[in-house]
Design a protein around this ligand. Sequence first.
Ligand code: SAM
Length: 235
Amino acid sequence: MRIDLVTVLPDLVRSPLEHSILQRAQDKGLVEVHVHNLRDWGLGRYRQIDDAPYGGGGGMVLRPEPLFACIEALQDQLGQPYDEVIYLTPDGETLTQPLANALSLNENLLLIAGHYKGIDQRVRDTLVTREVSIGDYVLSGGELPALVLIDALARLIPGVIGDANSALSDSFQDGLLDFPSYTRPAEFRDMEVPAVLRSGDHGAILEWREVHRLDKTRTRRPDLLPPSDREESIE
Ligand code: SAM
């Protein structure tokens, strides 16, 4: 998967891309992330990228010309349309695991991180194909939301995570939350790891995990379950 990220703060996103899973995904050639500074397409001597909003009020708006020039140049370089041009915005479709799963199947994504009041509506109306929010709160810029999206997608690409089963049993993948995890030591400060997990009985372990996934989901996120499955907590 190739991801192009357009931002006014390229330095802000570099470090997270150079660590852990995201770095490994790029090292393995499974994900390519290219960061582009919108200011390179800024207007005039001062590389202007923003301006005051028509109609007045506070906050600046990212102007359309640099965004159009940047996106069209990247599109030309790619030699084909992006599968999706995604604007990260709090009024977009909320990012969920099913949306991440669907987007992870794309080959080429262009992400736009906004700033200030956001970007000129004409960019949204013509170039953007999808708008994604990472939750019902407002951050100062789209860089962190873009990184959240990139991480959520990268870990779903086959080969990025060593053990694919681990990602498949994560919360939300099949509508349930994840089961409780334990590691050594078997006893710590009078707290014991449940005996069944140490029994070597794979059937019993699977059953224990399913029971606890369902129970945790009932307790914490009953909204994820059909009404008929919301009762009967084991706690
Ligand atoms: N005026 C916008 C609104 O109320 O919908 C908020 C603009 S916000 C201060 C600046 C930028 O941060 C946005 O253009 C967007 O790229 C990004 N952003 C902030 N919160 C976000 C969220 N929850 N999800 C995705 N992007 C977000």
